[in-house]
Design a protein around this ligand. Structure first.
Ligand code: ADP
Ligand code: MG
Length: 649
């Protein structure tokens, strides 16, 4: 076959293959065009997941009649001058409209402010009709119908209407986040309508509050209660935006957004840096939530790597990564102790869902078994019933531990064996803190623990009780705090281990008899090859013949623990992280593994002083609001919320 130039239509269809993957990519191109045209209102209507119809209406500058034909011609753009490296608009390739015109029916109606009428062009199968006059207000309406009718192969790859229509919503949300001054709306037969009103006016610089409001429109209102603001600059690269506290995490990465000079990107380096910043505080299978805006000289970033402009190339990738990781870590550290508000909210909902309406709260129901099948099983009705002598009409009795039904007695009764402090694996640092408190009094075992009034003013308040042998109930001046003692302690130990890594080696305690751990030879080899590192944590291991190691010393901070299991877990961690991510990362994982082994197990009873010491240490430790797996270590219920639950407000 002889060589010949491809027809314009074929060239456009080939280009369409790159730019127009699915209906959502059409929407992205059209919405970006409307933004570039200076629109303040953008309306999207779809049908059949965008395969049947996509219509984007804007109130932007419009296209003059004599340029309408150019707009749908290849490589025609009003946005790029002569420097490909100086790109400020969202579009610049002049490819979108001709590509769309080659795979669908495309109609563009437009009117500029100066024109006395609007004009329309229609492209179908590569053929152009118009321009001809049409009735339209100032702005542009682009309508795309029968997408991919000309390329049935592509049509076969489309997902269900619902999936395509969701993808369109995602694309619009993604763009909308970086343009809070624009009102977006989406409607159509294939969806429920969505409105994103502008959160600030055009022309004014976008405030942090306006930005956060737009993000909350997209991510849900609970984001703002859990967001940390970012703002920093390094060598001409500026990072702003918001990330959520670690316990506000997600099962997928859909809630991560990145923008470079206002342009949405899905760049691997940027998202990798976001993940990296949270590697310490979020479980490996969970994802942080955040919105990052990077602002840099357009000549320092190449957005022309990919036709859909999703990937970029930075002139200095290390600088950008360092800026992202550093800024987020700093913000996380600054935020100190703070759990997700959603925990308390979820709790409120759980209570409310189960709550008795006051009219239901009649004596007759006290004799009935619990009536709801919800998850909250200890309803007041049931407990009072089990107290057996309760009658709603009987004179009220003073409650005392002696008269109470066994199930109702306080948890810290004298017949409980006093736990041996060291045995439970409590840390030495913690012991030091605790010794400042007065010697345990008989009172500390009562249901309510006496504590100095000043403690009420501390962020986590004064410990009042321990329930179910794992939850510390504390009281501040205006709230009720519930701490998961195991999760909290694990976090404290982890932080202490990490600090120790950077400072002096940790104190070790010698085992009377060295513990021999049998392991597969490779694991034994792995552990022994890191003996020097483990020594810094206070863990002393040495080779003990083939397939075994001897442990002579363990970190005194961890107290007594299952050495066998610890060594096996460490071998796994080392195998997984040794070569892959460098020493620092591995050390963090080793620290986390040790913390998990040495933490106060749930089920251990604690004395009042111990509980208060734990609370104080949490307050003093950055990041202690979440455990190493990103779950909250405590939740706080404001008195005002409690009052709402009881209908007092
Ligand atoms: P690009 O956006 O890369 O320039 P397109 O093919 O998307 O290429 O658009 C071609 C040109 O059509 C744009 O440069 C712009 O001048 C004009 N145009 C497209 N959509 C609109 C719109 N909604 N309002 C005003 N002008 C538009
Ligand atoms: Mg464009």
């Amino acid at each position: 076959m002889s060589i010949r130039l491809l027809s314009e239509t074929i060239i456009n269809q080939i280009a369409a293959g790159e730019v127009i993957e699915r209906p959502a990519s059409v929407v992205k191109e059209l919405v970006e065009n409307a933004i570039d045209a200076g629109a303040t209102r953008i309306e999207v209507v779809t049908a059949g997941g965008g395969k049947n119809l996509i219509r984007v209406t804007d109130n932007g500058g419009g296209i003059p009649a004599d340029e309408l034909t150019l707009a749908v011609s290849r490589h025609c753009t009003s946005k790029l001058t002569d420097d490909v490296h100086d790109i400020r608009a969202l579009g610049f390739r002049g490819e979108a409209l001709p590509s769309i015109g080659s795979v669908a029916r495309l109609s563009i109606k437009s009117r500029t402010a100066e024109a006395d009428s609007g004009y329309e062009v229609v492209v179908r199968g590569g053929y152009l009709e118009g321009p001809r006059p049409t009735a339209i207000n100032r702005g542009t309406i682009v309508e795309v119908s029968d997408l991919f009718y000309a390329t049935p192969a592509r049509l076969k790859f489309m997902k269900t209407d619902r999936a395509e229509s969701t993808a369109i919503t995602e694309v619009i949300k993604r763009i909308a986040i970086s343009f809070p001054q624009i009102r977006f709306s989406i409607a159509g037969t294939d969806r429920s309508p969505l409105e994103l009103p502008a959160t600030c006016s055009t022309g004014e610089t976008v405030s942090e509050a306006a930005m956060l409001e737009r993000i909350s429109q997209v991510l849900g209102t609970d984001f703002s209660g859990n967001a940390l603001a970012l703002d920093s600059e390094r060598e001409g690269v500026r990072l702003t935006g918001f990330t959520a506290i670690p316990s506000f995490n997600r099962a997928n990465s859909l809630h991560q957004f990145a923008y470079i000079n206002g342009r949405p990107v899905r760049d691997k380096q940027v998202f990798g840096a976001l993940r990296g910043a949270y590697s310490d505080v979020i479980a490996r299978d969970r994802h942080p939530v955040g919105v990052l805006f990077l602002q840099l000289d357009p000549s320092h970033v190449d957005v022309n790597v990919h036709p859909a402009k999703a990937d970029v190339r930075f002139r200095d990738p290390g600088l950008v990564r360092g800026l992202i990781v550093g800024t987020i870590r700093h913000a996380l550290a600054q935020s100190g102790i703070r759990p997700a508000t959603s925990g308390a909210e979820a709790m409120l909902k759980a209570f409310q869902a189960q709550g008795f309406e006051s009219k239901d709260f009649s004596a007759s129901q006290f004799d009935m078994p619990q009536r709801s099948s919800g998850s909250f099983t200890s309803s007041p009705a049931r407990n009072w019933q089990s107290a057996s002598n309760y009658r709603p009409d009987a004179p009220r009795q003073e409650w005392s531990p002696q008269t109470a039904h066994p199930a109702q007695r306080p948890l810290h009764l004298d017949n409980q064996p006093a736990p041996r402090y060291e045995q439970a694996g409590f840390g030495e640092a913690m012991q030091a803190t605790i010794s400042q408190f007065t010697a345990p009094s008989a009172d500390s075992r009562a249901a309510e623990i006496e504590a100095p009034v000043e403690l009420l003013r501390a962020p986590l308040g004064a410990a009042r009780a321990q329930i179910h042998a794992n939850y510390i109930v504390a009281q501040t001046e205006d709230s009720l705090v519930i701490v998961d003692q195991h999760a909290a302690h694990e976090r404290l130990v982890y932080e202490a281990l990490k600090t120790a890594l950077e400072a002096k080696p940790m104190a070790a305690q010698m085992l009377l008899i060295p513990e021999i751990v049998d392991l597969p030879e490779e694991d034994a080899e792995r552990v022994v090859s890191h003996a020097e590192t483990l020594e810094r944590f206070g863990l002393s291991v040495e080779r003990f013949g083939p397939g075994a190691v001897a442990v002579r010393e363990t970190p005194s901070m961890l107290g007594e623990m299952d050495v066998q299991q610890l060594i096996r877990d460490l071998a796994d961690e080392i195998a997984e992280h040794d070569t892959a991510n460098g020493l620092k990362d591995m050390l963090n994982h080793v620290a986390a593994t040790m913390a998990c082994h040495g933490s106060v197990r749930s089920g251990r009873r604690m004395k009042g002083e111990e509980m208060n010491a734990l609370l104080r240490q949490m307050e003093a430790t950055p990041g202690s609001g979440t455990c190493n797996h990103g779950r909250p270590t405590y939740i706080e219920l404001k008195l005002s919320d409690i009052e709402r639950l009881f209908g007092r407000r």
